[in-house]
Design a protein around this ligand. Sequence first.
Ligand SMILES: Cc1cc2nc3c(=O)[nH]c(=O)nc-3n(C[C@H](O)[C@H](O)[C@H](O)COP(=O)(O)OP(=O)(O)OC[C@H]3O[C@@H](n4cnc5c(N)ncnc54)[C@H](O)[C@@H]3O)c2cc1C
Length: 286
Amino acid sequence: MRYEAPATSRDAAAILAKSKETAFVLGGGTDVLVKMRTGLIEPDLLVDIKSIPAMKEIKVSDKGFVIGAAVSGAELGEHKLLRKYLPGLVEAANLIGSDQIQGRCTLAGNLCNASPAADSVPAMIAVGAKANIVGVKGRRKLPVEKVILGPGKTDLKKGEIIESIAVPKPGPRSGDAYLRFIPRTEMDIAVVGVGISVTLEKGLIKKARVALGAVAPTPLLVARAARAIVGTKLDDVALDKLSKACSDACSPIDDKRGTIEYRTRVAGVLARRTALIAFERAGGKR
Ligand SMILES: Cc1cc2nc3c(=O)[nH]c(=O)nc-3n(C[C@H](O)[C@H](O)[C@H](O)COP(=O)(O)OP(=O)(O)OC[C@H]3O[C@@H](n4cnc5c(N)ncnc54)[C@H](O)[C@@H]3O)c2cc1C
């Protein structure tokens, strides 16, 4: 097996584009290495992105945050401004695995692993995050909700790599939240995950984004659920409509962690709780 550690995103893209072997990007490796050890994948080439400076930093500007693809969950949790402006996103990223996993796991890796249950993905979708993608032919931006095409499948073409995740700075009176339900207290895969962001104006919700994980082949942006709460103070009628829209959007699997009926019901319940946290963080009063 060949191991490469290029110094720029373009070099990483060029190495991947030229390779005729089975190649994988190596971010934190918390999915890649586990899959190698269990024989699920046998890479001929690993392209480690951790020597690329642009992938190791969190840039902050008036427009928002640009989070390098190799920034770990632990680094996100230690970033004061990220915690202040995007607490839901940071909490979702910090739910991934244990302390050991936190030292390595990344948002980009969570996204590109393309699990329907990836914890940070609904949280990224809720805050309008975009993937900055580099390829040999140039760069493009893709909203996070368009990156995953199905379990284990992404929109990335051969030779394309995510350099960073861009998140717009939330406006005044905004709040985000992420909640997941797991059968155990920790270190488990979400049965349902819900990410919600809201922005208030004169006490009412002016803008909202609602995203669900683990209830369909891909994480979902549920526009109907957002419409259910826009223009409201999150009164009980609005919460009922939000809950129903979320349950209606579900087409989950049936497995040992939860039946279809259970996941569908939990999605509605969790959406209510997540919305209440986001609303309160935005300074809302019911
Ligand atoms: C014990 C344990 C517990 C876990 N718990 C959770 C959990 O609670 N919630 C959860 O969602 N996940 C969990 N995971 C899964 C995993 O930790 C996450 O998916 C993590 O975010 C992956 O990030 P990474 O950087 O380690 O990815 P890697 O393993 O490096 O990569 C994952 C995939 O993405 C590709 N990739 C990585 N970076 C890029 C990039 N920049 N551009 C293009 N492709 C890229 C890789 O080639 C690979 O296919 C757990 C894993 C373990 C081992």
